[in-house]
Design a protein around this ligand. Structure first.
Ligand SMILES: [Zn+2]
Length: 346
């Protein structure tokens, strides 16, 4: 892994947080959340990552900072003469060709941050609502190609409960987007669900990928994000590399930050981290892409979707009147199973 970690205390950020010890039941069994609000979360201290951008190949430094309640996730380009803030939301997405790229208000001429999806996925998996991400280049470092390095960084910085209720987007009726036909068909759908459940099916028509698990279902309430999803790496096909590099893409790609597949097999000496690592990485990406809207209560189902279709799905969800509504849980016991405990990192 191509990064180092520096941590500093960000004092004065306790904000009257409800500590986990307040939540432990007296019966010695499961903690009791009755009457305790499901609160927003930020970091306890700073975390810093140094690495290269997958596409730009440039060295980049990223500093993850605590942020006040209701901030959401905001990137800040600190390398520009005057720093530019880019709040993360579905309309900030300005390019989805190889990664999810954002700019202020989605303006294609404005300063950008590319490849936000793995960091966003880690934030979703840890239930982080508010964060400022200072970045000194236009691409988030790829680190090991998965979300595991970001989970590690964020958990090391610690997670702080804040004094405002966490807000979810509850999907209230099905919304679907669909593109192509036959072997080009792809679709993605959101439906009402009391929780966050994802099913993704891949179909690359490639022997090495087809030999692995093609469909993954993951329940965010299971508490298994870190173990079952976060370690799945991005992947690329060696036959595409020359063409992509000639277009200035994947300049930072290497065997230590991606699975590389030739015409018939996986080239990485260590093999795969999961039997179904390709499909799991698509779930990891979908979690990150959907978190651009914030935490969601929905069932997501997709076939061969990608960053572009995931963003189209979010835009359709918010464009359709009455398809989504904000909800909070003043009593965490009424939240979906597992959500109050989500990836505890205290
Ligand atoms: Zn990815």
């Amino acid at each position: 892994m191509n990064f180092d970690l520096l941590r500093r205390s960000a004092g004065g950020l306790r904000l009257g947080a409800r500590r986990r010890t307040d939540l432990v039941g007296t019966d010695g069994l499961a903690p009791s959340y009755n009457g305790v609000m499901l609160a927003q979360r930020t970091l306890k201290s700073l975390a810093r990552a140094v690495g290269v951008g997958m596409h730009s190949g440039q060295k980049v430094e990223l500093t993850l900072r605590p942020a006040p309640p209701d901030t959401g996730i905001v990137f800040r380009r600190v390398d520009l003469p005057r720093p530019v803030d880019i709040p993360v939301n579905p309309s900030a997405v300005c390019d989805t060709r190889m990664a999810s790229t954002i700019s202020p208000g989605g303006d294609p001429g404005a300063p950008k941050v590319q490849t936000i999806e793995h960091l966003m996925s880690a934030c979703s998996g840890l239930g982080l609502d508010n964060l400022r991400v200072d970045i000194d280049a236009d691409e988030v470092p790829i680190l090991d190609g998965s979300a595991a390095s970001y989970v590690f960084l964020l958990q090391n910085a610690g997670i702080e409960l804040q004094d405002k209720p966490k807000r979810y987007w509850r999907v209230t009726r099905p919304v679907e987007v669909r593109e192509g036909e036959g072997d080009k068909l792809m679709w993605a759908r959101l439906e009402p669900h009391h929780g966050f459940l994802l099913t993704f099916e891949i179909d690359f028509g490639h022997p090495a990928v087809d030999a692995t698990g093609q469909q993954v279902t993951f329940d965010m309430g299971s508490g298994r994000y870190k173990r079952d999803i976060a370690r799945a790496r991005t992947f690329g096909f060696s036959k595409d590399v020359a063409a992509m590099r000639s277009r200035g893409l994947t300049l930072g790609g290497a065997m230590d930050n991606a699975i590389v597949v030739d015409d018939s097999r996986v080239l990485n000496a260590e093999g795969l981290r999961y039997d179904d690592e390709f499909a799991k990485h698509k779930v990891l990406d979908a979690i990150g892409d959907l978190y651009i809207a914030g935490p969601m209560l929905a069932r997501y189902t997709a076939f061969r979707s990608g960053h572009a279709l995931n963003n189209k799905l979010l835009r359709r969800l918010f464009a359709e009147t009455g398809a989504v509504e904000p909800v909070t849980f003043d009593d965490a016991a009424k939240a979906p199973s597992g959500f109050a405990e989500l990836a505890p990192a205290w």
